[in-house]
Design a protein around this ligand. Structure first.
Ligand code: AMP
Ligand code: FE
Ligand code: FE
Ligand code: ZN
Length: 277
């Protein structure tokens, strides 16, 4: 079995790349893609650990692109982490995050929550800081019960302490991933918040603009949803992907490899990707 969507402490996961790969190996997972948000900083350690333990590690990442009213995330899988175009695009995204995080903190301070960037950075463990770390700091201080409440009250799109950051357009994200030799996969299509023919139409638009596949197997997909996505993928010639979106303790209900407990993604999914590349 494999897992093609996971996060480490390089972004908003809680396990270091080494710990994540070790856990995957202990669980008997055959191949694991590391797909941190907007960064590939965790890949060298992950790849090295994979080599040492004899488990296949697939270099990847996850990008949020411009899209509303829901969100569109793209996985880049089987990328070359050394690619210059990709690294340049990611550096720009980091800069935009460094602009945004202090603004969120400042807004929370205005709301009489005396949270500091230092404590958020401590929670992030030295990797890239994202909203889930700010959420965890709010939980730790007792301002909210859990991460979800932190997002709902303060951090989600439209909430009081939400600030936009620069995101790539779909086209730029596609260029960055394809430029690095990777496959472009639409992640967790449920967050597009589209149904019926609107959903089908967007997917065929994505196919036309160069997307290679769609994440069919995901932690909250029912078998009915999977079947429907498989049909659409077949019709469009999309490759099928699957992963848990494991984040460690920040989303403790989602387990590596199995999601909420019942996922089992076969190695053939990865085999087909390699053939497509
Ligand atoms: P950031 O990269 O700082 O924009 O944070 C994005 C991450 O925050 C996503 O990967 C999710 O894990 C989490 N997130 C975004 N929106 C929500 C939400 N409404 N509720 C809970 N978690 C969310
Ligand atoms: Fe995340
Ligand atoms: Fe995502
Ligand atoms: Zn993810």
């Amino acid at each position: 079995m494999i897992d093609l969507h996971t996060h480490t402490s390089a972004s908003d996961g809680t396990l270091s790349p080494e710990k994540l790969i070790t856990l995957a190996n202990n669980q008997g997972i055959e191949a694991i893609a590391v797909t941190d948000h907007d960064t590939i900083e965790g890949l060298p350690e992950a790849l090295e650990t994979g080599k040492r333990l004899g488990i296949e590690v697939i270099p990847g990442m996850e990008l949020s692109v411009e899209y509303g009213p829901g969100s569109m995330h793209i996985l880049g899988l089987l990328i070359d982490p050394e690619d210059k175009g990709l690294n340049d695009a990611l550096t720009k995204l980091q800069e935009s995050r460094s602009d945004r995080n202090p603004r969120i903190i400042e807004k929370l301070n205005e709301l009489r929550i005396p949270i500091t960037m230092e404590e958020v950075e401590k929670i992030s463990g030295g990797g890239q800081v994202g909203r889930p770390h700010i959420a965890a700091a709010l939980v730790k201080r007792g301002h909210v019960k859990n991460i979800q409440e932190a997002f709902d009250k303060y951090l989600k799109k439209g909430a009081v302490a939400y600030f936009e950051r620069d995101r790539l357009t779909r086209e730029k994200a596609a260029d960055a991933i394809h430029g690095a030799g990777g496959l472009l996969i639409l992640a967790h299509p449920g967050t597009l918040r589209l149904n019926g023919s609107a959903f089908d139409n967007l997917l065929s638009e994505l196919k036309d603009s160069g997307f290679d596949g769609v994440e069919v197997f995901y932690n909250n997909h029912s078998h009915v949803e999977e079947d429907r996505l498989i049909k659409i993928a077949d019709k469009l010639g999309f490759i099928i992907s699957g992963g848990t979106d494991f984040h460690g303790d920040i989303k403790p209900a989602i387990k590596l490899g199995v999601g909420y407990g019942n996922m089992a993604i076969p190695y053939e999914v990865l085999q087909e990707m390699k053939e497509r590349v």
